[in-house]
Ligand binder design. Structure first.
Ligand SMILES: NC(=O)C1=CN([C@@H]2O[C@H](COP(=O)(O)OP(=O)(O)OC[C@H]3O[C@@H](n4cnc5c(N)ncnc54)[C@H](O)[C@@H]3O)[C@@H](O)[C@H]2O)C=CC1
Ligand SMILES: O=C([O-])CC(=O)C(=O)O
Length: 330
């Protein structure tokens, strides 16, 4: 019996993500929360003849609390998306407060839930979430995940194109670091099974993975950012986690986590110099059971990418932590 919540369920990501969760045999209850339109989205999904009982909640009558109550997993794609010309950091002023508010509710009524943060800027909204949970005395790093799966999904797709593989899903392409521009670090030397990226294509491939989000923002031309590929990616991560919680062994996926709170993470925090970082984590009944050290034997080019990523991440993390401690007065 798993109760899943989507916060931001009426949005571009929220709707298809809710559809995928509604179809999952692992979910028995699906609560949809948003500031608009959830009665309609929930009524629509509830006619699908799958297992999950689906309900919609709005802010009135403490709707967030009712939706989140005793949730096992809360996925958060609430907040505004980018328009052309914006960075993810430009979303901070609005989305930081939205995420903070939702995490406060989760801390109160579902303190043990696995929380998957999609809202951007992920590099900062996850530190905000951690600080809010810490302040409420319910922080467990093994249960808080920044969803960076879309970077891996993109990397799989783009590497398969270059390497001439017909099925990208047969490739495992680790992407670490953060979730914006140069903080995204694809490790092509660690692709399994190994592929040869031609030297003259390496820089462009790195750039495409790092700025894949911009490609979609540009193509949507003012109507938002990636939604369908993100719904797939968010579901892929949620499904892996739920399977691992149900006892399936050996499931590993990168996620942006608080390293010092996860076995094996302290060492990576020392190596990189940042506490929040996306790394492959082994998933299990407690969530992130173990950080997989993937930093050994990376190439010189990857070392250079990593150094740049850490510089950017330090600022993004500090911004999130500072906001959680001193939110602007209204
Ligand atoms: N982590 C990642 O890889 C990715 C993250 N994103 C981020 O996901 C977020 C959502 O993107 P879209 O779905 O395209 O945006 P959208 O605007 O289509 O949907 C956002 C939804 O959040 C709702 N919302 C706003 N404030 C809320 C609150 N306080 N509580 C509950 N719901 C609230 C809105 O009503 C709307 O339905 C953006 O911040 C975007 O940048 C997008 C793609 C990839
Ligand atoms: O680019 C954006 O703003 C949305 C996002 O995070 C992505 O598509 O990776």
């Amino acid at each position: 019996m798993v109760k899943a919540v989507v916060a931001g369920a009426s949005g571009g990501i929220g709707q298809p993500l809710s559809l995928l969760l509604k179809l999952s045999p692992l979910v028995s209850e699906l609560a949809l929360y948003d500031v608009v339109n959830t009665p309609g989205v929930a009524a629509d999904l509830s006619h699908i003849s799958s297992n999950a009982k689906t309900t919609g909640y709005l802010p009135a009558n403490d709707g967030a609390k009712a939706a989140f109550k005793d949730a096992d997993i809360i996925v958060i794609p609430a907040g505004i998306p980018r328009k052309p010309g914006m960075t993810r950091d430009d979303l901070f002023n609005i989305n930081a407060g939205i995420v903070k508010g939702l995490i406060e509710v989760a801390a109160e009524v579902a303190p043990k839930a696995f929380i998957l943060v999609i809202s951007n800027p992920v590099n900062s909204t996850v530190p905000i979430s951690a600080e809010v949970l810490k302040a409420k005395g319910v922080f467990n790093a093994q249960r808080l995940f920044g969803v960076t799966t879309l970077d891996i999904v993109r990397a799989e797709t783009f590497v398969a194109e270059i390497a001439g593989k017909s099925n990208p899903q047969e490739l495992n392409v680790p992407v670490i670091g953060g979730h914006s521009g140069e903080t995204i670090v694809p490790l092509f030397s660690k692709v399994a099974p190994a592929v040869k990226i031609p030297d003259d294509k390496y820089d462009a491939l790195v750039n495409r993975v790092q700025f894949g989000g911009d490609e979609v923002v540009k193509a949507k031309d003012g109507l938002g950012s990636a939604t369908l590929s993100m719904a797939y990616a968010g579901y892929r991560f949620a499904e892996k986690l739920l399977k691992a919680v149900a006892g399936v062994k050996g499931l590993v996926e990168p996620s942006y986590v608080y390293l010092p709170g996860i076995p094996g993470g302290e060492e990576i925090a020392k190596k990189t110099g940042v506490d929040f970082f996306s790394v492959p984590v082994e998933l299990g009944p407690n969530g992130a059971e173990k950080v997989v050290d993937i930093l050994g034997d990376i190439t010189e080019k990857e070392e250079t990418l990593l150094k740049k990523a850490v510089e950017g991440l330090q600022d993004n993390i500090k911004k999130g932590v500072d906001f959680a401690h001193n939110p602007p007065q209204k």
